[in-house]
Ligand binder design. Structure first.
Ligand SMILES: *Cc1c(COP(=O)(O)O)cnc(C)c1O
Length: 465
């Protein structure tokens, strides 16, 4: 190993080799950048040698190969489209959702031009970006007022900071959730300066627990939608309506519900889950709710805050509103998405559409795929019934019946097959279940099918012999 490490030529020597200049010319990269890439290439090889992953000789040509790889990668985008064949509709690692065609068109239009982001066209005076989607949100939720921040985590922090800082906020122990490993209600609350008053137990919290915790220092009761887990069995939680009724004991008490995903389409009517639509929650008289733009709403990353005007007005004037403000492209996408709800065209939104696809519709997609792919004889194909997940920490208990194609080969392990599909262009991310590669067609569009067929064709060409 030491010998291998010693055989790495010094930088200045490599810089004087003709290959260095050739690569510099070929990729049109100047000497300074070339040298820093050279350093990284050497560093990478050194680590490989130390880890015992590299044997053999001719270190120099390995360095040039590594550099060429890095130079190739340098000009390629890092953020790439991926085909989600997992059947998980809100896939957090894969960007959560696809936007609707309308939303995408709105983004392209607004990003390609100047816009009236903060300009009132009627008066010619300065306008407010808060006005862009407020009326639409009011229309689809029935709220008195609304505003939008960067994401729902920001919304939670903002509301706690604006109304709970230095005061007490009451939360049920059953709702002190952690979402996605990086967002804990208790930590966010600590950061916000609000004092957490925990009530009840993990499985049961009663109205009297809240009532007894009320004090002169109480500013708010926070209800958190426990969206990424479900406690079953001997449980009891207090309804939003009951929390709202606590206001009779304390006049200035604010009742805030973090809805997590929040839905504007009533999935319960399609027999899916138990998520109440935002409008229904607001009808209880709750003061403020917040929810994500890119969970089941199917829009861009955003945190939507809706509720009583007196509170929303305060938030709009708060310093943090500037810190957490949303970009024009997000507003454009959000407007495009919300318009679909306002026009009763929620099924134009991919996340909503994929949730509602029937088994038969998914089966049709799978059949189109099978029709073209059966000519590839390296693989065995089988149509199977599976269950799709909603994902994104939403509706954890809900499993939607779906159709998948199960693939295996006699030569490749399922893991190798999954790796090959993932590393292809475009990357195809599959589900591995019972040691089989599964393509769940709930999240695969018609347009993606030829690309997946092509991915298998390439693998067949590589491994045929
Ligand atoms: C997902 C979630 C959040 C965070 O929302 P983001 O849009 O990811 O920032 C906050 N609270 C609950 C209950 C959630 O489910």
């Amino acid at each position: 190993m030491k010998e291998l490490l010693r055989s790495i030529p010094p930088i200045h020597e490599l810089q004087n080799q003709p290959t260095f200049m050739q690569l510099s010319k070929k990729y049109d990269v100047d000497k300074t950048v070339m040298t820093s890439i050279l350093r990284m290439a050497i560093e990478g090889l050194r680590n490989q040698i130390i880890a015992g992953d590299l044997e053999g000789s001719d270190i120099t040509s390995r360095i040039w190969n590594q550099m060429e790889l890095m130079l190739n990668r340098k000009n390629k985008s890092r953020l790439l489209p991926v085909i989600n064949a997992t059947g998980t509709i809100l896939h957090t690692n894969l960007g959560r959702t696809r936007l609707s065609r309308d939303a995408i068109n709105r983004v392209v239009e607004v990003a390609s031009n100047y816009s009236n982001l903060e300009f009132d066209i009627d008066s010619g005076k300065r306008g407010s970006r808060h006005d862009i989607v407020e009326d639409l949100i009011k229309e689809v939720t029935g709220a008195e007022a609304a505003m939008v921040v960067n994401n729902n985590a920001a919304a939670v922090f903002f509301i706690l900071n604006a109304f709970g800082k230095g005061k007490e906020v009451i939360v049920s122990r059953g709702q002190l959730v952690e979402i996605g490993g990086s967002f804990r209600i208790s930590s966010i609350m600590e950061e916000s300066g609000a004092k957490l008053v925990e009530v009840g137990t993990t499985n049961k919290t009663h109205l009297k627990d809240y009532k007894e915790a009320l004090s002169d220092d109480t500013s708010m009761v926070l209800k958190v939608h426990t969206s990424n887990f479900k406690i079953v069995g001997f449980t009891e939680a207090v309804s939003t309506q009951q929390l709202v009724d606590l206001k009779q004991f304390q006049e200035d008490l604010i009742v805030y519900e973090d809805l997590g995903s929040g839905v504007l389409f009533d999935f319960t009517e399609a027999g899916i889950g138990e998520e109440p639509v935002v409008q229904k929650v607001l009808e209880t008289g709750v003061d403020i709710v917040s929810f994500s733009g890119d969970k089941l709403l199917g829009g861009p990353q955003a945190g939507i805050i809706a509720g009583k005007k007196q509170y929303i007005d305060k938030l709009k004037k708060h310093q943090l509103a500037r810190v957490l403000r949303v970009d024009k492209m997000s507003f454009a996408a959000l407007e495009g998405t919300l318009q679909a709800y306002a026009n009763k065209k929620a099924k134009d939104i991919p996340a909503v559409r994929d949730m509602l696809l029937s088994m038969e519709e998914v089966r049709e997609r799978a059949m189109v795929f099978l029709d073209t792919v059966t000519s590839l004889n390296l693989f065995h194909w089988e149509l199977v019934e599976v269950e799709s997940m909603v994902g994104g920490g939403t509706m954890p208990e809900v499993k939607i019946p779906s159709i998948a194609v199960r693939v295996h080969t006699d030569t490749l392990s399922s893991q190798t097959l999954a790796d090959e599909l993932r590393k292809g262009t475009p990357s195809v991310v599959v589900r591995l279940q019972d040691q089989h590669v599964m393509l769940d067609f709930r999240t695969i569009t018609q347009g993606e099918i030829p690309k997946i067929v092509e991915a298998f064709r390439k693998i067949e060409l590589t491994y045929r012999d």
